[in-house]
Design a protein. Structure first.
Length: 314
């Protein structure tokens, strides 16, 4: 090989770019942010962590206020008792039924209501204020109003439907009454969260798709829904966690009778009616674990699809 021949050498790989260091100003701002947030974080941890830890400690004991002398440490025996009881799994099923149907209906109706509030030509503020009135009513007050509406003697719903018996004494009609009350009360909250998602959808995309001949349904399915996935995830997560812990409406309607007892009602009965702090705390801890599992499923299962990084690019 002649000395004038150039020999190609592999180019040295460029060193990976490291994360740029923070400037003094950025460090000062971050430190200030932590200092401002620290009091609120400390209070929130103290308020939430102590009850959870204390409930877990009680769940490891046989603590019954009716027999205080018999209290003793039993380990995880309470968990085995609750998880092995048929009543627990029945109440979990009751809770899941109410949660699934109420959240599904709220998502559909909330989306429709959000579209109406977003596309209102005139009186947009009035429309939004009127639509949010049910959510502004205290849950207990709303539950009592719906309970009186369903009663056979004085309620307008049995008279409207021609029912002669009390609907709240039957399982199917009790479920219907509870779900309708929940949907009426919390659909505005779902619509409010979805409305925030609609606000970030650019109108230019709809105009361009309309020029290309896309129908209203196609624009909604292929443009609006994909861009609203983060807002839909947040709305579904908040409402599912809230619906799974339902207590007020069920308690006021029939106190969980006729096959409508939820896990929160079960915990209430164990703690306050039967005065069994050990089993009641065990039910509370299990509800906390189930809520955490539901949140993890939503974040892991739907979070990747809702993340902006998941959008494919050519």
């Amino acid at each position: 090989m002649s000395s004038g021949t150039a020999v190609a050498t592999p180019a040295a790989a460029a060193p990976p770019k490291g994360k740029p260091g923070l400037t003094e100003r950025a460090r000062a701002e971050r430190k200030l942010g932590w200092m401002l947030c620290a009091p609120a974080v400390i209070v929130m941890v103290a308020v939430t962590a102590y009850p959870v830890v204390y409930a877990f400690v009680l769940s490891l004991q046989r603590a019954d206020l009716r027999f205080p002398a018999a209290n003793k440490f039993v380990g995880f025996a309470n968990y085995g008792h609750v998880l092995g009881a048929k009543l627990w799994w029945q109440d979990v099923a009751h809770t899941l039924i109410i949660t699934f149907f109420s959240v599904a209906l709220e998502l559909v109706l909330g989306m429709a209501l959000a579209l109406v509030m977003h596309r209102a030509i005139f009186g947009r503020g009035t429309v939004r204020a009127v639509a949010l009135i049910p959510y502004g009513i205290v849950t207990v007050v709303a539950a009592f109003s719906w309970r009186y509406a369903w009663e056979a003697d004085s309620g307008w719903i049995p008279h409207l439907l021609g029912l002669k018996s009390d609907p709240l004494t039957k399982t199917t009609s009790s479920y219907a009454a509870i779900i309708i009350s929940e949907v009426w009360k919390t659909t505005p909250f779902m619509a409010l969260l979805l409305l925030a998602g609609l606000a970030i959808v650019p109108d230019e995309l709809h105009e361009a798709a309309k020029v290309d001949g896309a129908t209203t349904l196609q624009r909604f399915v292929r443009i609006t829904l994909p861009l609203m996935k983060p807002a839909i995830l947040v709305a579904l997560l908040f409402r599912t966690l809230d619906a799974f812990r339902i207590f007020d409406t069920v308690f006021i309607f029939n106190q969980g009778a006729h096959g409508t007892e939820t896990v929160s009602i079960l915990g209430y009965n164990q703690l306050l009616n039967r005065l069994n702090l050990g089993l009641g705390s065990t039910v509370s801890v299990l509800i906390f674990v189930l809520v955490a599992i539901i949140a993890a499923i939503f974040i892991k299962g739907f979070g990747a699809a809702a993340a902006p990084g998941g959008v494919e690019r050519n």
